[in-house]
Design a protein around this ligand. Structure first.
Ligand SMILES: CC(C)(COP(=O)(O)OP(=O)(O)OC[C@H]1O[C@@H](n2cnc3c(N)ncnc32)[C@H](O)[C@@H]1OP(=O)(O)O)[C@@H](O)C(=O)NCCC(=O)NCCS
Length: 162
């Protein structure tokens, strides 16, 4: 495993890798459909597939990949959010981690941790002082990971079936 971890490269994606990134996005979508079938659309529809190219073209968004032995095995989408002050809130400026996944057979090797460290460094370099993300409550594996790398819950969504 030490040998493997030496070969992990975390960097921004190339356009030619977006087809592979979409394979990983499908994994996340399938997980969401399984966990919240009343909310998420099953399958991987064309709009969802093409959305990665909108992200690619948006100057406020970045796609990070993890490459191990020449294989893209993880990805994340970063979105710089800047909101002016409003009657409720002060001005807000943060990096949102919109999507995040490591392929199944590559998990528990520290790859996501390395990706988050890259994201943190990049965010700092940009002079942004805050990282945020939101996640679905059923996804306790993701929660365990986010907490392991230092995220804390600061806000909740609640629901009631009526
Ligand atoms: C969540 C996810 C990104 C973690 O990736 P990973 O590369 O396996 O994470 P790491 O190896 O860096 O894990 C670091 C630590 O996080 C915690 N952790 C990670 N996955 C965990 C799991 N399934 N259960 C419990 N703790 C977990 C552990 O403390 C782990 O350290 P350890 O392996 O020494 O015990 C990966 O499981 C994944 O892609 N899941 C499916 C997609 C997803 O849920 N994405 C996020 C929501 S959109």
């Amino acid at each position: 495993m030490k040998e493997q971890s030496k070969q992990i490269i975390i960097r921004f994606a190339k356009e030619s890798e977006l087809v592979r990134v979409n394979e990983l996005r499908k994994l996340v979508n399938d997980l969401h459909v399984e966990g919240k079938p009343e909310i998420f659309r099953a399958g991987f529809n064309d709009e969802l597939r093409d959305f990665i190219y909108k992200i690619w073209k948006d100057p406020e968004q970045k796609i990070v990949v993890a490459e191990l032995n020449g294989v893209v095995c993880g990805f994340a989408v970063l979105h710089h959010i800047h909101r002016p002050e409003n009657p409720f809130m002060l001005e807000r400026d943060f990096m949102d981690v919109d999507e995040f996944c490591v392929d199944k057979e590559y998990r528990r090797q520290g790859i996501a941790t390395k990706m988050m460290s890259f994201i943190r460094n990049y965010t700092k370099e940009k002079g942004i002082k805050r990282l945020e993300l939101n996640m679905w409550e059923f996804n306790q594996d993701a929660l365990a990971f986010y907490e392991a790398v230092g995220f804390k819950t600061y806000r909740r969504y609640m629901e009631m079936k009526v």
